[in-house]
Design a protein around this ligand. Structure first.
Ligand code: ADP
Ligand code: ZN
Length: 512
């Protein structure tokens, strides 16, 4: 006989009530209905299969893409008294685990997708009683998703080989396209889709161009007490930031996959225990880490996609108390992301391009950040949230199309090989040696930018780079990008969002 789910929730997990869509998902699973649960990070996905795993006779097989993640979950499940084990390349107790599975002595079995899709595994499951297939991080099955794993595609035959075993796919990250793809790939009917609201109202979103990163970070640390994570794009950058920020008196550590396992474990444990530590980390850090009181998450570089941003920033404020997510982006991040498009398979390039454009719209908007995020996930949010930088201090947006045209002309007329410093010098009419030698003081664009318009050059260059109208050559010079023409012809406009104070000053000037 089935134990009452609410009773199990209390006795096994120690929770008073289900949260959000958990009840709905658990109910479907216990009724044997195939389900795709889309729940934001922190919404409590694990419980959606762990509770049925305890309630139902037989073992729940959990497919999960990361060994580290699996082992974290395994530890917490075992701590709750759930009989859980894993079959991965780093587990030594395969024999014992297989015996336990066949003997009906396991509630949960974690496996990697490449294991799960093998023939040997199917034969093993044939000898056991299986209660449920849970496919975690299910967006990995979609080529459209941001994290495609080919092995996920091989799961379908396994699922279909056990038609009576219900399947539950879970992910935090899915736009409408990826969502539809997951349903098809895993054979789940559309009525099996359960979507939880994506809003994290206690997270304040703040986005700014990078402008002296270390100084910006020091200010952020001073304004935000409590534990925080600073995501950096490279391993080397995490160590440099940890070192630089440590000097400002805050305890700081680094975390990335290149550190020795014992160093990583030590740093992670220190962070979990600390009430003020800042972790400078690559995005691998935080996945599967249960620290509810992270007060801020800073991205020192552009995330891979809005989905990744939502997931990574969502590691802040899981306890529901106020938290801040800050994104510091640079035009060069967009340039690099575009370069990488050329490196992925042709079939996936359109998706990559869409992802970069969506990120561009998010960092450039003068409107509510939360509204942009939630609309991305298919919700219909109110236009103002009152808890993002733009809602709290509405920026003025100004039309900087003319300045953009001047800048593109200057890049063109100087031969598309000089950096922004030289272009600025030409446009503002500086007669330095380099300019005189090259004869750039005789160009029609020499000295055509003056007064407060000068301050617009950098943000305009940034905006043009985001939109691929301006690119960087391999020698660091600026060149016209594929999207430059419509700007030069005035068909495409440049709307610049400036912080409130600056905008007021420049507005008069640019409209003159
Ligand atoms: P996700 O995988 O969706 O990011 P987790 O499964 O890691 O989320 O759960 C996030 C946190 O919420 C964990 O600390 C978990 O113990 C807690 N949690 C899950 N369900 C509940 C609940 N019904 N009531 C209170 N806390 C819960
Ligand atoms: Zn807002």
């Amino acid at each position: 006989m089935l134990t009452d789910p609410a009773a199990l929730l209390r006795s096994v997990f120690g929770f008073e009530a289900f949260r959000g869509v958990q009840a709905q998902v658990v109910e479907r699973v216990l009724a044997g209905q195939p389900t795709l649960a889309i729940m934001p990070t922190g919404a409590g996905k694990s419980l959606c299969y762990q509770l049925p795993a305890v309630a139902l006779p037989g073992c729940c097989v959990v497919v999960s893409p990361l060994i580290a993640l699996m082992h974290d979950q395994l530890r917490s499940a075992n701590a709750l008294g759930i009989r859980a084990a894993s079959l991965t390349s780093v587990d030594a107790d395969w024999r014992e685990t297989q015996d336990r599975l066949v003997a009906g002595d396991l509630d949960l079995l974690y496996v990697a997708p490449e294991r799960a899709s093998g023939d040997g595994f199917r034969a093993l499951l044939d000898r056991a009683r299986i209660a449920l297939f849970a496919i975690d991080e299910a967006h990995c099955v979609s080529e459209w998703g941001h994290d495609f794993r080919p092995d996920y595609r091989l799961l379908r035959p396994l699922l279909d080989a056990f038609p009576d075993v219900p399947r539950l796919a879970l992910t935090a990250t899915a736009d409408a396209h990826t969502r539809a793809d997951i349903l098809t790939q895993l054979g789940i009917p559309a009525e099996g889709l359960v979507i939880s609201g994506f809003d994290r109202p206690n997270i304040r979103y703040v986005m700014q161009p990078r402008d002296g990163l270390k100084g910006q970070l020091r200010e952020i640390l001073a304004a935000n007490p409590g534990p925080g994570i600073v995501y950096a794009p490279t391993r080397a950058a995490t160590e440099q930031l940890a070192e630089a920020l440590g000097q400002s008196g805050r305890s700081t550590r680094a975390y990335h996959a290149g550190l020795a396992p014992e160093v990583r474990a030590r740093n992670q444990a220190a962070f979990l225990a600390s009430e003020e530590m800042v972790m400078a980390a690559t995005v691998a850090f935080g996945m599967g880490i249960d620290k509810p009181d992270v007060r801020f998450v800073v991205h020192a570089g552009l995330p891979k996609s809005i989905e990744s941003y939502y997931q990574e920033s969502g590691r802040a404020g899981r306890d529901g108390d106020p938290a801040t997510a800050i994104l510091l982006w640079g035009a060069e991040d967009f340039a690099r992301a575009r370069q990488r498009i050329g490196e992925v398979e042709p079939a996936r390039q359109a998706g990559e391009r869409t992802r970069i454009m969506a990120l561009g719209a998010l960092v450039e908007t003068a409107g509510c950040r939360r509204a942009v995020l939630l609309r991305h996930f298919g919700e219909d949010p109110p236009p103002f949230c009152g808890n993002c930088d733009n809602c709290l201090a509405p920026p003025a947006s100004i039309d900087a199309t003319l300045t953009a045209q001047k800048l593109l002309s200057a890049v063109h007329r100087t031969g598309q090989s000089f950096g922004l410093g030289h272009i600025e010098a030409v446009l503002t009419g500086k007669s330095n040696d380099k300019i005189i030698q090259r004869g750039h003081d005789r160009l029609s664009v020499f000295g055509i930018v003056e007064g407060e318009e000068v301050a617009l050059l950098k943000p305009v260059a940034r905006a043009l780079q985001v939109h691929d109208a301006l690119t960087t050559t391999e020698h660091g010079g600026l060149a016209l990008g594929p999207a430059a023409r419509p700007y030069l012809k005035g068909e495409e406009r440049v709307e610049l969002v400036l912080p409130p104070a600056k905008a007021r000053r420049s507005k008069r000037d640019n409209s003159a």
